[in-house]
Design a protein around this ligand. Structure first.
Ligand SMILES: C[S@@+](CC[C@H](N)C(=O)[O-])C[C@H]1O[C@@H](n2cnc3c(N)ncnc32)[C@H](O)[C@@H]1O
Length: 331
């Protein structure tokens, strides 16, 4: 063996990577991070608090130490600062329900070799199905991930001091953007277009945040619902472009441009791939999720967004980092 001989360590880590999703999702399902935060610091105490077996609690604790989310010192377990911030139930940035959702989705991955051969979903298309109940479990679970992007967008667009603006959020999901933007600007109003059960979820969030009086919803399919003409100051299309093909994105961008008042801005948020296709890592990998779940979706490159937005009639286009997503602002 020469010094340059690669070791199998990295490949083995990737092959076994699903165990990280497994222990994290199972721990979240039993609220272990929440119980740890509240002082259950041994396998026996956790087992009693979570009503699970002590053997199971010990196995999960070992796995969580292994993936670096829990620390062990003098026989006592505790959350790392990361787990404490992002995995305790009920905290504003909690990803606990997302961890559980991803564990439930893992079975579908076994179909990926067939999906790759076919070039699209073979049994289980997701994004094209009207009123798909899939979204009802997805949108609350992903809401926390849109908080940084919504905050960056509010700064880029200087929404706080923008006065009486009106916003259209197409495919707004949980309503998290409207919630943050309406809290940022007390004179703003927002309208969300989404499927009826999803809009009901969003109205609940906006009510909890005390801004529901400036929030309205339109139930319907974004492909066929009229966005109106010269009606909004800001339009938003967040994490939708990746489920659509190029022609559909150009068509939607064109209608979004028409719905904006003169000088209005379109904000697209998505996992955007560098033009040379060498990064960033997560947008590159997420392309396979869209292969699995959509007929034409993918993670698109900056140059593709620019091209489509110009075709839709936009003139000024800028890109802003909101990792792991990118904001595309077009006027
Ligand atoms: C990935 S979620 C994004 C939610 C939100 N924009 C965000 O970034 O957090 C996609 C959203 O688009 C909605 N959606 C997907 N296809 C749609 C369609 N054809 N018409 C209306 N809404 C649609 C889903 O219901 C879901 O709320």
């Amino acid at each position: 063996m020469t010094d340059n001989q690669p070791t199998p360590d990295g490949v083995l880590r990737l092959i076994n990577g699903y165990w990280a999703t497994g222990v994290l999702g199972a721990a979240a399902a039993h609220s272990l991070f929440t119980h740890l935060e509240n002082g259950a610091d041994t396998a026996a105490r956790l087992a009693a608090r979570a009503r699970i077996s002590e053997r199971g609690a010990q196995a999960l604790l070992d796995g969580l130490v292994g993936v670096g989310l829990v620390e062990l010192s003098e026989g006592r377990y505790r959350n790392t600062p990361e787990a404490s911030t992002y995995l305790v139930d009920g905290r504003p940035a909690s990803l606990s329900s997302f961890a559980q959702l991803k564990l439930r989705h893992m079975g579908a991955l076994t179909g990926l070799p067939d999906v790759v051969r076919a070039g699209g979903p073979v049994t289980d298309p997701t994004t094209e199905v009207a009123d798909n109940p899939h979204w009802e479990e997805v949108v609350p679970a992903i809401a926390a991930q849109s908080v940084p992007a919504a905050t960056v967008a509010a700064e880029v667009l200087q929404l706080a001091g923008a006065g009486e603006i009106s916003v259209l959020d197409v495919g707004g999901g949980s309503g998290i953007y409207s919630a943050i933007w309406l809290q940022t600007n007390p004179a703003a109003r927002a309208t969300q277009l989404d499927w009826e059960p999803i809009n009901a979820i969003a109205r609940r969030l906006l009510t909890e945040r005390g801004v529901a009086d400036r929030f309205t919803t339109i139930d319907g399919d974004l492909h066929t619902t009229d966005f109106g003409a010269a009606r909004y100051d800001v339009a938003l299309y967040s994490h939708i472009a990746h489920q659509e093909g190029p022609e559909q994105n150009i068509e939607v961008f064109t209608r979004l441009r028409d719905c904006l008042k003169p000088g209005g801005a379109l904000v697209v948020c998505d996992y955007v791939v560098d033009d040379d296709r060498r990064g960033p890592a997560f947008p590159l990998i997420f392309a396979s999720e869209m292969l699995l779940k959509s007929q034409q979706g993918s993670t698109w490159r900056q140059s593709e967004y620019r091209d489509w937005l110009v075709k839709a009639g936009f003139e000024e286009i800028s890109f802003h980092a909101a990792p792991p997503a990118t904001l595309v602002v077009a006027r």
